[in-house]
Design a protein around this ligand. Sequence first.
Ligand code: GLA
Length: 393
Amino acid sequence: MKEAIIKLFNDIFNYNSKGNLYFSPGRVNLIGEHTDYTGGLVLPFGIDKGTYIFAVKNNSSKINIYSDNFKDGIISIETESSMIKKSHWSDYFKAVLYVLSNDSYSINSGFDAVIAGNIPDSAGLSSSASFEMVSMICLLDQNGYTIPQPGSEKMVELSLKGQQAENQFIGLQCGIMDQFACANAKKGQAIELNCDTLSFQYAPLETGEYEILVINTNKKRRLEESKYNERRLECEKGFELLKKLGITEKKLGNVGLDRYNTVKDGINDELLTKRLDHVIQENERVKKAVENLKNNDIMGLAKQINVSGDSLREKYEVTGFHLDLLVDIARSTEGVIASRMTGAGFGGCTVNIVQSGKLEQLCNTISNKYTNDSGIKPDFYSFNAGNGTCKLF
Ligand code: GLA
């Protein structure tokens, strides 16, 4: 990537210069889906694919950036002007600049930069959070700020700013999982994160004779933002009802399953009961999944992942035809022990646990059946758990 992105810079800006290269990975969430914004538990890992920015100072206050993924020319941004959203990829960069500037960082050094990434777009693998986090460290480093290490307190703070960029400028009321996972990922490890306290632990992602396989439905996500925000509101409404029933916890994600079961009958709202069931039971599943992972109990982990998937489909209703089809096909294929949607849902990818020895054969079977039934060819990714957001040089 290093040589390719430097060459791209020369081609686009027509000059050679020393510069800096920054990286942030995407993420896959193993389990703990749609729990982060309730202060619940999640278990994601950073992948070995991500977004790179190569930047060279230009002695002005203007930032000129080119995206290799979109190839739509150089975008110029004046660091001191107010940021305007344009439904364009550069909104994510502006969102970060907006949050940093509003937060007393002094960002006024311009630079020329190219962005290149190898995370499939709109696949639920956090290409946006990856772009936000890499933009953030690029902006900070180019303006003389020190870049913290993944996993440090300061990097945790930066991931919160990434989330703010998304919430305040982009308008997606996402939780903290994606920015946190991209920023603080660690090679070979999953991250067990409490989204309320932000306390976290790394858990080795060792799966023995099995491996994690991500499969892309290649169905672009639609309606995702409005449905996502709708689910979040439903959780808030449901939590208000629980409070009326005597629940005293500060966040929905803190409500234990036993306590919930004692008041559940009083909810009297079928839809909200389904949403609450999912969130509260999912937290229990994450706890079990973490134990399973620590004890090398891959079958146990697979079970939790499957039950989580069923709950997202039936109770949280964030799947859809393509995700359901791909999960059904995978689960009926020899060598697959777990399959469920990952990320926000409504399209995107599934996360699967499969027998390494049967990988080629099972990919062929799944690909043929899914293409036959949906008319779309799926893509398969065997990601490794990689490191978090960093300055490479
Ligand atoms: C998206 C959001 C995350 C999280 C997941 C669902 O990826 O950005 O904050 O809510 O959906 O688990």
